[in-house]
Design a protein around this ligand. Sequence first.
Ligand SMILES: [Fe+2]
Length: 368
Amino acid sequence: MPIMRQGLLLLLSVLACAACQFTLALPTPSPSPPASARVISKVAFGSCAEQDQPQPIWEAVLASQPDRFVFLGDNIYGDTTDMALLRAKYAQLGRQPGYQRLRASTSVVATWDDHDYGVNDGGAEYPQKAASKAIMLDFFGEPANSERRLRDGGVYTAYRDGPAGRRVQLLLLDTRWDRSPLQRVSRAVYAVRQLLFMGPYTATRGSDVRLLGEDQWRWLESELRQPAEVRIIATSIPFLQEGTGWENWSNFPEERQRLINLVVQTGANGVLFITGDTHRAQFSRWTEGVPYPLWEINSSGLTRNSLQPVPELHRIGGIYTGDNYGLIRIDWNQADPAISLEIHAVDNAIVMQQRVRLSELQMGDSAR
Ligand SMILES: [Fe+2]
C-alpha cells in the first residue's frame, strides 16, 4: 500500500506541476481595466449605426469633446454567421472619417446588441458568439490579456475613473450571451399591437429564464460594492421601458427586479442607466420600490431611426426621432454636483434634457 500511495503522490505532483506550467503559459487575466485618476465630466453614448451609410453624427459628438464615448450596441449591422463578413462590416465602421477622428480624440468603449452580436433579437443560442466576440474586441482594441477577452462568457466590463469624491464607474452589461429565448404573443394579438406600433414580445418567467448569466450577476454585484459617486450602467436594450412590446428588460421581469434589488442591497448610490436599440431617444424614470428615482437615458440611433410613436409607461417627456447621441454632463465644481442628462441632434443642438442633482441619487438611511 505505501508503494501505491507513493505512486499516487508522484502522479499528483506531476499533474500539479503540469497544471502549474500550463497556467503560467497563459496570459495573466486582469479583472477590469485599472482605475484611473482622470476626472470624467462628460460621457457621450449612442447606438444603432449603419456602417454603410454616412455618419454625420460624429461631428456633433466631437464638438462636445466628451471624456469618453460609449457604444451601446448595434454598433454595426452585422446580422450574419459569416465571420469574414462580420469583420468586413466592422472595417467599414473603421473607415468612417468621423469615427476615426473620435478614436483619435477620446476614449471609446463598447458593448454590443443583437445586430453586431450577429442575429436580430438573438440570445444564447447564436452559434458564432465566441468568434463574434473576438472580432468585436479586436475592433475596439481590447488588450490581449483582459479577462473580458479570455473568459468563456460575455463582453461585460467596468471602468473606474476619478479621485475620491469624483469617481465615475461605467458598467457595460452584456444582454446577449446568456439570454433565454424571447416570448412572443399570438399572431392575432400582434396584429392588434401593430396598430399601436407595438412589438411582438411579452414577459417570460421561470427559474431557468435569464437575461444575464450567473457569472455576470456575480461580477455586477462585486462592482456595485466598489466605491463610486456616479455609476453609469449601460445596457444595450432599455431597462425601465415597459409596454412597448419590443426588446427590453420588462420581457424578463424577474431579471429586471433582480437588478433593482441588487442596486438597493448593495447600497449603490448615483446609478444612471444608459440604453440604446430603439431607433428613437427618450427619458424614463422609475420610482416604485426604490430609495431614489432611477433614470434611463435612451439614445438611438446614431444613424437609424423610426418615426413610430411607440407607447411606453415610464417615459418622461416626448421622443426624438432624428439622428442623435446622448450626453451625461457632470459639474463636479458644485457642492452638490449638477448632472445634466442630454440628447443631442446631428447639429449638436440639445433636443431633450433632464437635470438631476447628485444628492437626488442617494440611498436613504433606511434603505441600507
Ligand atoms: Fe438591437
